[in-house]
Design a binder for this molecule. Sequence first.
Ligand SMILES: [Zn+2]
Length: 295
Amino acid sequence: MSFSATTKKRLTEILPGRRCCRRALLYGMLQGGRGFSLREMALQTEHTEVSALYTALLEQLCEVATETEKGAFTIVSVPSADREAVLAVFGHTGGELSVRLNRGNFHCDDCAAAYMRGLFLSCGAVSNPETDYHLEFNVPSMPLSRDVLSLWEELGYDAKSIRRKGDNVVYFKDSNVIEECLTLMGASASALELIQIKMVKDIRNRSNRAANCDMANWTKVAAAGEQHRRALSIIRRHGGFATLPETLQELAQVRWDNPDVSLRELGEMLDPPLTRSGVNHRLQRICAIAAELEK
Ligand SMILES: [Zn+2]
């Protein structure tokens, strides 16, 4: 089951305690559905839990029996004779130019969150945090999407909106915000899952970065080793390390014997030991001597 489907299933499992919040939940489901007008009032979903909740809430709160059509998607619709009554329950007439959010349906502090939960159930989706951080509402109309945007703002979250192929999408991209929105809507288990996935991803990224860094260092060490080996073999062909100034002789031999170690390690092998920059300086002198010999 996808992360989105699991989240929706979780959101249908616990009903708000207060009647006002249950109404707000249904209001969100209705407004996010395929229609909320005299002409059409239906919900199209691939989740049986969501269609069952829509049916149950309409029955409980509006005393309306729905019709269900099953196919690739389940379509639950309110019969045309009952649509006006349902609209009236939420303070709409069906004669409005565009469907807007009627704040008169929010009675307690939790009603707005319940509305968002309903809206998410009917027109929302959330990406699997393994691949992307994205939570969206595909709101049926532009004016309503603006209302949803400002309601999120009032709840303390800056959502973004975009028109995508005629759809009005209100969305979040920030993983921390998505986490909080999931919690606010009542899907704290999904929020927790997101946090865990994020932590694992962070650790993985960090160790990848560390591995890349090790690789880069190793390449540098290997390249330097190769350069020194070439210089030292030139010196060996021209009389050997004994022809070098005394201060360079021991280092030349130690380097020749240890082509793969770092400059710091080389320094520690000398007697007396030498710092990394001291080693570097002397090896440069050796390379310069070899370059002269080659001419
Ligand atoms: Zn309430």
